[in-house]
Design a protein around this ligand. Sequence first.
Ligand code: PLP
Length: 372
Amino acid sequence: MIYADNAATTRLDTDAFEAMKPFLLEEYGNASLPYVFAHKPKKALQEARETVASCIGALPSEILFTSGGTESDNWAIHGITALNYEKRATITSSFEHHAVLRACEAIERQGFPVSYLQPSSDGYITSEALSKVVTERTCLVSVMFANNEIGTVQPIQELCEIAHECGALFHTDAVQAVGHVPINVANLGVDLLSASAHKFNGPKGVGFLYVREGTKIAPYAAGGGQERGLRAGTENIAGIVAMAVALQKNVDRAIDVAARLLRLEDTFLTRLSQVGIDYIRNGGSIRLPGNVNISIKYVDGEMLLHRLDLMGICISTGSACDSVNTQISHVIQAIKVPQEYAQGTIRITFGAENTEDDALTIADALAKILVS
Ligand code: PLP
C-alpha cells in the first residue's frame, strides 16, 4: 500500500505511541486530584504544555488543549464573537476548512455578520482584499495558515497587521501547517491559532488552541475547572503527551523533511509530464512541502481515486471531509480552475515516510489509467 494522503491524516509516530502507553496502563490517575498517584499525569500535562508552547514560540499559559482542529476552530470563532456584541463583524475566506466555514454560518444565524474574502486564482488571500473589507466594526479575522487542498501558505503576518490596525483579533487555522513549516506566534502576531495532532504524526482526537495572553475568549465547555476553567473535562493525558512528542520531533526534522518532499514532488511531476498527462498544478509556489494538487483535463477525479485505490494507492480528490461529496470542492471553485480541468482534480500529499519509488509508482499508475 502506498499512502499519499498525509493532509488527511498521518501515521502515529512510534515514540509518540510509546509515550502514551504509561498514561493509559499505569499512570492513569486523574490530573486534577491532589493525591500522589495524580502527580505524574499532572507533571506530564505541564511538560507537554511547555513543549507544545516552545514549538510555536508561545507561553505555556497560552496553550489550551482541545479534541483537535474542528474544536479549536469552532472555539476560536464562537468564543471571540460571543464576547463582542457591539463590535460584531467577522471576516474569513471562502476557501477555509468546513470547521471554520460552518462555525461562521452558525454565528451568522445568531446575527453576527460574516464577510468571505475570495482567494486569488493562485490560492492566496491578499492584503488588498482584506483592507477593502475590514473596519473598526470587525471583531475577528480568521484566515487559514495553509489551505488543506492546494497547500498555499497565506501571508499571515501581513493580514494580521491589517486586522490589528482596525482593532480586530486574528485567528489562523494552522492545522495543516503546524509541525511542517516554522511557526512562531510572536513573530506572526496572531491572537489565536488552531492545531491538530493527527496532522503531525500525533494521535487523533487531540489538538490545541493557542490564545494570546490577555485575549478574552468565552469558555468552550462548562464543568470542572480544567484548562483554566475555559474547557472543562478530564484531560486526555496520553493523547496530549503523545502530541507533544510528535510535535517536537516534527519541528526538529521539518527542514530536512521539507527538502525531501520537494524532491518527491519534482520526481512525480516530471514523470507525469514524461508520460504525456495534460494537467495543471493548482496553487502558487508558496505552499506546504509535499502537497501536489493537480487537475487533469477531461477526467473524473473520483474515478482516479477509486482506480488508484484498487492498485493500493491512497490519494484524495478534495479535502478528506469532502470524500463522500462528488461536487467540485469549494476550494477548486474558489480559485476558478477551468471547467474542463476542475472535475479531474486530485490531491497527492507526500509525507515523511514516502519514497522516490512511491512518487514514480503513483505517476506510473496514473499513466496506466489515463494513457492507454
Ligand atoms: N482545519 C483544517 C485546515 C484541516 O485540514 C482539518 C482536517 O482536515 C481540520 C481543520 C479539522 O481538524 P480535525 O480533524 O483535527 O478536527
